[in-house]
Ligand binder design. Structure first.
Ligand code: UDP
Length: 258
């Protein structure tokens, strides 16, 4: 894991937003599948509790810290990451880039079409095309399917000629999906991007500037969706576990020195 920073067993790329974007563009322009994951504290804690997930997450070419908890943990462990790099911001910058290059984009994930509304992926596509004229969205597919549907979904993605694939099924479902299907996918670049299509579609809102600037986006999300409290308890669990781990290392070094 050359040049990566190990945070509780997950290997992160120590990149700022611009460096992450350079790597993403390079992957988009290189034949053969490369993919990006964007773990936050909850996902790292998931790995700690389900170690088989490490292989999935660490298989990505680019792993960026999508949350301030991971950045805090990197400081506690004495191997600081440069900054938080939110996946949905990388995704948006990539849309701006793809509108210039004309590279085909496929949106996979989010809610199905209802009587009242288009599928989230379709809505996200039309909003993004409006915002970035020239954007070439070559396919969309909602994220609710059975195992039996997977071959046809892959066929649809491959036949679309997309170079860029967003997989938005929530974590860790989207990461496992990309990992399990990595040999069949014919896109150059794929990314697991959680609720990004909901944000693109205007269904979910990113936190207001104040919460983003003060690193309190997690608090805003909790206030908007109190039902996430169970999931979000993984954040203090992760940070507390990291502090205990660091204290143990310091104690062991102290004993060795004495
Ligand atoms: N989703 C999906 N298929 C599923 C489960 C979830 O397409 O089987 C979608 C869901 O509609 C939402 C996104 O995945 O658009 C999950 O968003 P969330 O903000 O929970 O992402 P996370 O925080 O897990 O990254």
């Amino acid at each position: 894991m050359d040049g990566k920073i190990n945070i509780r067993g997950v290997y992160f790329d120590n990149v700022n937003m611009n460096e992450a974007m350079e790597k993403v563009k390079e992957m988009v322009n290189t034949d053969g599948l490369s993919y990006m994951f964007t773990p936050n504290s909850e996902i790292v804690q998931n790995c700690i509790e389900n170690p088989e997930l490490y292989e999935v997450i660490n298989s990505a070419s680019l792993v960026i810290p999508d949350g301030i908890g991971v950045v805090y943990a990197s400081k506690v462990l004495g191997t600081p990451l440069k900054e938080k790099v939110p996946g949905c911001e990388v995704a948006e910058k990539l849309m701006e880039y793809a509108a210039k290059t004309g590279d085909g984009v496929f949106f996979f994930g989010g809610g199905k079409k209802t009587d009242e509304q288009e599928a989230v992926s379709t809505l996200a596509a039309s909003k993004m095309c409006e915002k970035y004229p020239g954007l070439n969205i070559v396919g969309t597919r909602d994220g609710y399917f059975t195992e039996a549907d997977v071959p046809s979904i892959i066929e649809e993605i491959n036949a679309s000629g997309a170079k860029i694939l967003f997989v938005c099924l929530g974590a860790p479902k989207q990461e496992k999906w990309i990992y399990d299907n990595r040999d069949a996918l014919k896109v150059n670049f794929a990314a697991g991007l959680g609720g990004t299509l909901d944000v693109f579609a205007g269904i979910a809102k990113r936190a207001p500037e104040f919460f983003l600037k003060t690193n309190l986006e997690w608090l805003y999300r909790l206030l908007c969706m109190p039902s996430r409290i169970g999931r979000m308890m993984k954040l203090p669990k992760f940070l507390f576990g990291t502090m205990i781990k660091k204290t143990r290392v310091l104690m062991i070094n102290d004993i060795k020195d004495s």
